[in-house]
Design a protein around this ligand. Structure first.
Ligand code: NDP
Ligand code: MG
Length: 380
């Protein structure tokens, strides 16, 4: 039996992880954490019987505790709850599927407890990549990518031990506004931005995909995961989302991973690496697949992607500011407080206002996050 804990079990990645568990009979779920959706969490508890459950919201945690009185389970709340789930004794792998920088402390705690990480929560690597990657080495734990592009890169690196990566070709669908000008994007409403052409995901990452900020976060994620420079990661727009990413080696050979867009593949691959298991679902049919097309990304109209490269190249606390400003801006856009293009305006203003600290500690990263939120509140 493989034992796993899931941070963010009620979300898009969390529920698909549980689908993988359901389809395979040899994974035990020992701990689950969610934000506030206790209706779904209760169902998951009754189906998967974890030893610990955590709910961020204290009131909801109390309510859940009451609802599951008949079961032998510990229910915790807040950051202590997330940390308890991340370090649950029995788990070998922790799936980090919470959204946002909230994932940093639990991920570090899980690694300190010797757990491998199946990492979906890219914001953690973007902001604290230097800390996470060196801790992984020190603690001899693995960071197994769940993000589809990074899983594709990871799969394209199989058997290439010792061979240097020349370039990473990170594919992007381009999102619902591919080909649009900023002028056309002015009037974009929440509903428009939540319609992704190929993937069904949580609300925050769906907005990030529409602005291509998600791709920017992924460039930084790739740089840490695979130990390359920002400029070795090249974004290639591939609108059909068939090629999930590629690696170019020094002799010019390009190795890619292809498949239908289904997050269960990278999730299952991370949980069973290096073994491949049967996965039900649609397969690529090359006879039906009319075409696979490529484009260069539009850095001018998708300013968020340019800002991500700027933040990643500069490093220090700047990626944290990029990420925190985006988290707050996306929330404000979803709450209909700001217009669509203000998302990137906020990121840019916060980056310009910030004085970069090199090689930040976790405390300094969290302080830069708070400073960014305060700056945004003072300006918008
Ligand atoms: P969702 O919004 O669908 O789910 C987020 C999960 O985190 C929910 O279970 C939510 O609980 C929980 N959560 C939120 N805040 C807290 C908190 N403070 N404490 C505990 N739990 C919390 O997001 P996604 O699944 O789409 O994304 C998760 C991560 O994976 C993100 O970092 C995203 O970038 C990354 N990712 C997602 C992909 C996808 O296909 N969805 C693809 C690649 C990467 P509740 O339901 O109770 O609010
Ligand atoms: Mg991705």
């Amino acid at each position: 039996m493989k034992k796993i804990a899931i941070l963010g079990s009620t979300g898009s990645i969390g529920t698909q992880t549980l689908e993988v568990v359901r389809a395979n009979k040899d994974i035990e779920v020992t701990a689950l954490a969610a934000g506030s959706n206790i209706d779904l969490l209760e169902k998951q508890i009754r189906e998967f019987s974890p030893k610990i459950a955590a709910v961020w919201n204290e009131e909801k945690a109390k309510e859940l505790k009451d609802r599951v009185r008949d079961l032998d389970i510990r229910v915790e709340s807040g950051m202590d709850g997330l940390l308890a789930v991340a370090t649950e004794l029995g788990a070998e792998i922790v799936v980090t599927a919470v959204v946002g920088m909230i994932g940093i402390r639990p991920t570090i705690a899980a690694m300190n407890a010797g757990k491998d990480i199946a990492l979906a929560n890219k914001e953690t690597l973007v902001t604290a990549g230097h800390i996470i990657m060196s801790l992984a080495k020190e603690k001899h734990v693995r960071i197994l990518p769940v993000d589809s592009e990074h899983s594709a890169i990871f799969q394209s690196l199989n058997g290439e031990t010792g061979n240097k990566i020349h370039k990473i070709l990170l594919t992007a669908s381009g999102g619902p506004f591919r080909g649009w000008t900023r002028e056309q994007m002015k009037g974009v409403q929440v509903e428009d931005a939540l319609k992704h052409p190929n993937w069904t995901m949580g609300r925050k990452i769906t907005i990030d995909s529409s602005t291509m900020v998600n791709k920017g976060l992924e460039v930084m994620e790739a740089r840490w995961l695979f130990g390359v420079e920002m400029d070795q990661v090249q974004v290639v727009v591939q609108p059909q989302s068939v090629i999930h990413s590629m690696v170019e080696y020094e002799d010019g050979a390009v190795i890619a991973q292809l498949g239908t867009p289904d997050m269960k593949l990278p999730i299952q691959y991370a949980l069973y690496y290096p073994e491949r298991r049967f996965l039900a679902g649609d397969r690529l049919d090359f006879a039906k697949l009319a075409q696979i097309t490529f484009e260069a990304p539009d850095f001018e109209n998708f300013h968020g992607l340019s800002l991500a490269y700027k933040a990643g190249r500069r490093g220090g606390t700047l990626p944290t500011v990029f990420n925190a400003a985006n988290e707050r801006a996306v929330q404000k856009f979803l709450d209909r407080e700001i217009g669509y293009l203000t998302i990137t305006d906020m990121i840019e203003a916060a980056m310009e206002h910030h004085t970069v600290k090199e090689n930040p500690t976790v405390e300094e990263i969290l302080a830069a996050e708070q400073e960014t939120y305060d700056f945004i509140e003072s300006r918008w």
